[in-house]
Structure formats: structure tokens, C-alpha cells
Design a protein around this ligand. Structure first.
Ligand SMILES: Nc1nc2c(c(=O)[nH]1)N[C@H]1C(S)=C(S)[C@@H](COP(=O)(O)O)O[C@H]1N2
Ligand SMILES: [Mo]
Length: 263
């Protein structure tokens, strides 16, 4: 019988994976305090200590990396300043045309029918009735010109208008002490965010783009626009909002993108 020797995963694979992880984390970690904290922690020994995992095979490396990512979420959560505003820009700096992105091509953009559309609201909220678009349009609106940053390596400035999401959460009697707000989208995309970001003054339930109703490619009938978070955290075509204390990840987050996703 022939035995296949398993290559040592400690040497090459683990080092490569850790190097990737360092790069990923370094990219997310801009503030000097965050950088110092994480870089001190990221020797191999430090990594096992920090995660409680022995880095001896691929599964352990995966587990260690996902625990590092969860620790990173927690650090970003502690360092998030709920009153610090993201930069805003003059309208002359809007990127034209604004890029489209999704996990599929532009020819497959979802067409949502306004007549039958209802925004579902569930979880830890007092008022679970569904919302029609015109009811959301009747609430006080705000505009913002901010930068959208995608991890795929592009950024662009755009103008979104809509209901401050904190106003909406208070209106539905959401438990604002809950940990998470989750989103389900018409294209099966999904994500979830921390409550502090949900209540941030620049977090908008966006109904318009550049003064016009949000076009299908940018997420009709509505998207959540957060200039404090990376592109993949901003769900388009939102169909359901739920408030919860249970972690529910996201489409890219479940494939290894950092969950907090601060920009
Ligand atoms: N429903 C849904 N929302 C989504 C995505 C998606 O595929 N589906 N992609 C995300 C990513 S990675 C980016 S960069 C932005 C792109 O938004 P834009 O098309 O308005 O530029 O949408 C985010 N929200
Ligand atoms: Mo993105």
C-alpha cells in the first residue's frame, strides 16, 4: 500500500496564509493605535496565543484567521467613534459615471416592482408592519456627497439621498441596545452591521442617487449607504431589515471578508 505523505502545512501554507492575513489586516487598519495593537499581536506565537489555536494544519489556520478577523471586528467596534463624520465632498467632485458593482454583471441587475414592493421589518422592533416606498419618501430626507470605497481597488464619490437610518430605527421602535441590524436583498445578497454604525448620523436608507430615484443598478428601491464602511457592507435592493442579538454574517463576510468592514 502506498502512503502519501502530507506536506508540512506549518512551513509554507501557514506562513503564506499569515502573510496574507497581515496584509489584509494592515489594509483595514489605518489608525496608529489599531496598527500598533494588531502588529504586536501578529507573530506566529502571538497569533496562537491570541486565538487559542495551534497553527498545525489548514483547518487550524482557517480557524485562527477567522478568529483574528472576529477580534479585528471587536477592535474596530471599540475604536469606532459614533460621532466622527466621514469626509464629504463638493458636488463638482462626483465621479461620473459612478461605477456599478455586484457579485454578478450589470446585465443581470434585479428589477424590483415598486407597486408590489414592501420593506419587511422583523426582529427586536415594536412595529413590524411593512413599508411602502411612498411612506419612506414621506419621511424627512437628507443628502450626502461621500466616497464609496470597494475592496476590489476602486473608490468613487457619489451623492445619495434618503432617510437617516437612525430616524427609521427609532420610528419602528427598534431596540437600539441590540447588537446587530441585518439586511436581506432582492438579489439574495445579505449583510449585517453593528448598531453603533446603524445609528451613525451619516448612515442613510438611501432612496435617491444624484437627485433621481435610485436607479436599478445602484440598488432600487433602496440601499443602505454608510460612508464609514467599505462598499460590500452597503446592501442594495434591500427587501428586509431585522434587528437582532444573533450574529448573521454576510455574503462576502461568510467568504472571509472582515465583518466590521470599516473604511
Ligand atoms: N444587493 C447587493 N448589494 C451589494 C452588492 C451586491 O452584489 N448585491 N455588492 C456590494 C459591493 S461589493 C459594492 S462595491 C457595492 C457597489 O455599489 P454600486 O453598484 O452602487 O457602485 O454594492 C454592494 N452592495
Ligand atoms: Mo465592493
Amino acid at each position: 500500500m502506498k502512503l502519501f505523505k502530507r506536506p508540512s502545512l506549518v512551513g509554507i501554507d501557514a506562513d503564506a496564509a499569515l502573510c496574507e492575513a497581515r496584509k489584509l489586516i494592515a489594509r483595514k487598519v489605518e489608525q496608529p493605535a489599531r496598527r500598533a495593537f494588531l502588529q504586536r499581536s501578529l507573530s506566529l506565537g502571538g497569533l496562537s496565543m491570541l486565538t487559542g489555536c495551534s497553527i498545525s494544519d489548514n483547518a487550524s489556520v482557517e480557524a485562527a484567521l477567522s478568529r483574528i478577523s472576529r477580534i479585528n471586528d471587536e477592535v474596530q467596534g471599540w475604536l469606532f467613534d459614533p460621532s466622527k463624520l466621514a469626509p464629504t465632498y463638493p458636488e463638482s467632485m462626483i465621479t461620473r459615471p459612478f461605477p456599478f458593482n455586484a457579485y454578478y454583471g450589470e446585465s443581470e441587475v434585479r428589477q424590483v416592482d415598486e407597486a408590489t414592493y414592501r420593506l419587511e421589518v422583523t426582529g427586536l422592533v415594536a412595529d413590524k408592519r411593512s413599508w411602502r416606498l411612498e411612506e419612506l419618501r414621506a419621511m424627512a430626507q437628507q443628502d450626502q456627497v461621500t466616497r464609496h470605497i470597494c475592496v476590489e481597488g476602486w473608490s468613487a464619490i457619489g451623492k445619495w439621498g434618503g432617510v437617516p437610518f437612525g430616524d427609521f430605527l427609532r420610528r419602528i421602535g427598534a431596540d437600539t441596545q441590540a447588537k446587530y441590524v441585518g439586511f436581506k436583498c432582492a438579489d439574495d445578497y445579505y449583510t449585517s452591521i453593528d448598531m453603533a454604525t446603524a445609528l451613525h448620523p451619516q448612515t442613510l436608507l438611501a432612496l435617491s442617487y444624484d437627485g433621481q430615484p435610485l436607479p436599478p443598478k445602484y440598488g432600487f428601491p433602496m440601499k443602505l449607504r454608510m460612508p464609514t464602511k467599505l462598499g460590500y457592507k452597503n446592501p442594495k435592493h434591500i427587501q428586509a431589515v431585522f434587528v437582532s442579538n444573533t450574529y448573521s454574517g454576510g455574503y462576502w463576510e461568510d467568504q472571509g471578508y472582515n465583518w466590521f468592514g470599516g473604511s
